[in-house]
Ligand binder design. Sequence first.
Ligand code: NAP
Length: 386
Amino acid sequence: MRKKRIAILGSTGSIGVNTLRVIAAYPERFEAVALTALNSVKELDRQIRQFRPKYVAVGQQHVAVLKKAHARLKVLDVAQDLAQIVTSADIDIVIIAMTGAAALDPFLAAVRAGKTVAPANKEALVMAGDILMAEARKYGATVIPVDSEQSAIFQCLQGRDMKDVHLVHLTASGGALRDVPRSRHDKLSVRQILAHPRWKMGAKITVDSATLMNKGFEVIEARRLFAVAAEKIKVVVHPEAIVHSMVEFTDGSILAQLGVTDMRLPIQYALTYPERLSTGTTRLDFAKLGTLTFEEPDLRKFPSLQLAYDVLERDGLAPAVLNAADEVAVEAFLGGRIRFTQIYAVVERTVAAHMKGSECRKVGIDQIRQADVWARQRATEEIERL
Ligand SMILES: NC(=O)c1ccc[n+]([C@@H]2O[C@H](COP(=O)([O-])OP(=O)(O)OC[C@H]3O[C@@H](n4cnc5c(N)ncnc54)[C@H](OP(=O)(O)O)[C@@H]3O)[C@@H](O)[C@H]2O)c1
């Protein structure tokens, strides 16, 4: 069997490292052909020595260092050359494990090259999911989600007809602040917010989990990936994070995907799909688990989730604005420039300003890029006004 040749965009992050663990567990099946990072040169260097990729890409200022250390390696600029990597004939599967809107262009390039694309990144799908999925269909690309909730829905939908879907139940662990009253949210340190109770993830997505914006993004992501109507996507808080999501069919039957909270499961499934292999992770023991609990999300305490539904209803460029404003606001929070509850304030004001303006009817990729630039500028101004 020929090895599957994999590009990991964002190999030094939480998803990237877990993808490499999966690859390392099956060296006879997978090969890491391209690895990329922004600034984590030391970790990237370690990965290069272990996995011997053909291509790497890194922030421009680090290119010379890596070239010097690895004379025969093709070292590229991560801001310019990701499209070149993902469209290369040497690549079968592109894992999009990098954060943020920067993933949009390589995602688009990969689907246009007809690759198998496995996005953990949700920002690109929020911004331009309809275009990405339409291009995937047009160019015969396969999109297999890695985000655990979307992977769960994808698995529950295998062999099903979308017309039979009554509801998608998107589970949310509730984030670090589920049991913390809103009045205390601004008193918590960045470090406390980053201590997610269930998943060990990068800083941006952990903050988004605490505001529930992450779940809002996932509602939009599910709408794009599975073409399911927004009113059919229901969020339910499930603190144990064992049920990764469910699909309810017209007859009342519900299929759920369950598993331990280990990202290697959805990552490996995307790499082996439709086959399944052992992951070496611990297995669920229902008797030990005892109880699984579910509750309504508290939209007053976490208004970001409702904002995402409102944005999806407006659609057009609004999701791209939501995403860009959130990226700017979360970065400001992580940098200690705004308080936790001000993340929502900045995002909501930016989205409101967009919605007040006249809506552009044509939503092409260029309009999305312009909306992204506009929203970043506006969110920065909103931060200055606070
Ligand atoms: N972690 C999870 O469990 C999880 C679950 C579901 C979905 N996701 C999604 O997966 C994506 C990655 O999450 P993560 O938790 O793995 O993030 P992370 O740990 O912060 O890693 C991000 C990776 O992307 C690279 N990167 C950051 N900005 C970049 C840019 N502008 N251009 C190119 N590369 C860039 C980073 O490089 P450096 O190391 O050099 O900074 C790093 O390799 C996010 O979109 C997130 O929403 C993550």
